[in-house]
Design a protein around this ligand. Sequence first.
Ligand SMILES: [Zn+2]
Ligand SMILES: [Zn+2]
Length: 500
Amino acid sequence: MPRKNFDKERYLIDMHLAMEKNREKLQVQAKRLAMLALCYQEEKNFKDAVSEMKRSLLLNQTIKNETVLQGWEKQLGQQEKTCPYGCGYRFPDNALHLCQKCSRMVRLCPGCDYPNKQYDCYCRWCGGKMPAPEKRKIKIQNIVQDWFYPLPIKHLSTPPVIVGDLVIAPLMQEGSLLALKALNGERVWQLEDFPGWTEHLELIHCYPYLYFYSSKQVGRLMPGLENLCPKDIENIHGEIKQSPLPVSFPKAAQKERHVVFPVNKGLLYHDMWRKKGTFLETNTKKNDILFPVAVGEEIFIFSRAGRIYKAGSGKITHYSMLPGTGKWSPPVYVPGSGLVYFERYTRRKRYINAWSPQTGALFSKPLDDLICDPDDSHFHYPPNPYKSGVLLVSGHEPLLYHVRSTGNDIQVKEIPLSITDGNRRVLNIEYLFSMVHEPYFISKIPGGFFYVNIENTKENGIEVQEGEMMCKPIVFENRLIFICKDGIRCFTFEERGGEK
Ligand SMILES: [Zn+2]
Ligand SMILES: [Zn+2]
């Protein structure tokens, strides 16, 4: 078995360990781990053999396997802390969170201090569960451009996604998917000639897979593998030939082991474990568009025309109808509030709404946008969650709306922005290029970008850069990354005085 297949097997086992709640059922995984350990041992890779056997024993202690492990440990001797990405670098005792040789980010196991890939959810040495990466509180100051990956970009793009320590960017005009090291922008892999990809492509990361979908195709790959090649792509839409293909937006949703894609008149449920796609159809009118949203363990489906469906036990049933006429935007579920938020366009006015899946209550408030058009981009994407509510962008002035629940109603707070720097000034906000990373709001201005602290709007700034921004930026640790007309840029912001 080639080395890559070992890695694949390892990720699949990790997926089951991370998702399976029934401990009894994990016995199968204990056997798989012991098998994998034997494969490593046959290849004379004693380090990985020992590690996988330890993981197997954590799930199922057998005297036979314990004896095997002891024998291997003796053969292995003292274990060095080597780079988990395989570059050969030996980590010193007081190691940093990156490899000095290959510039990949590592996470040190809290149990045994062994360096693991940023992507790993189980330690590669002791087998213990790695804690989820800490969400750092950021402070934006001293912004500098850190790296730049030159590349001509013609079309607006979906933002890159972060997988482990990789920035994975869809490159539409080349029909390729590019993975760069977040630390220095170096290329790790690039999949060229992506199958049938000529248009807008969305990405969703459901560990250990990266799903991609457009109106022509759905597929997936394992981004954690080194040196990906076209045959590592699993074509999923081939499995559902009989159904219409997924639309390019809105977002797909994940419900435990299922990834749910909106399709013309229904949903495609893809079972990550069984590699099986099921198509569920609704009785919706032809021109309606469906927006799946995961609410805890359940999947609700909102439609552009205001219908709410619920998916369960292999079918989609009509659940509720929103009152009144108009067009509804894709929804977002904000767990802190227990509410699903979405916009509505009716009689030339813009409304923000919140619906309680528990009580069925609907709250609605008009917004002060003077000119509104159903084609405005904010009606086509879900609102941005922010602090147990949502944050909306005014369509025609530098103004944000913070909407949150007051228990038996919702409340809209206007946040005017006054951001200037020399002769540059924020005059309006482009929703398509805006993102929220608590407590900051970041968006585009011509020839640059601006940021503002939503809690204290006096803390703000404007930065200029070459090349217009072509997608929403993303924040990863103390990095701001986005695609521009001339390539991919990464800015860092330093935390002065050890502030966190
Ligand atoms: Zn390394
Ligand atoms: Zn460990």
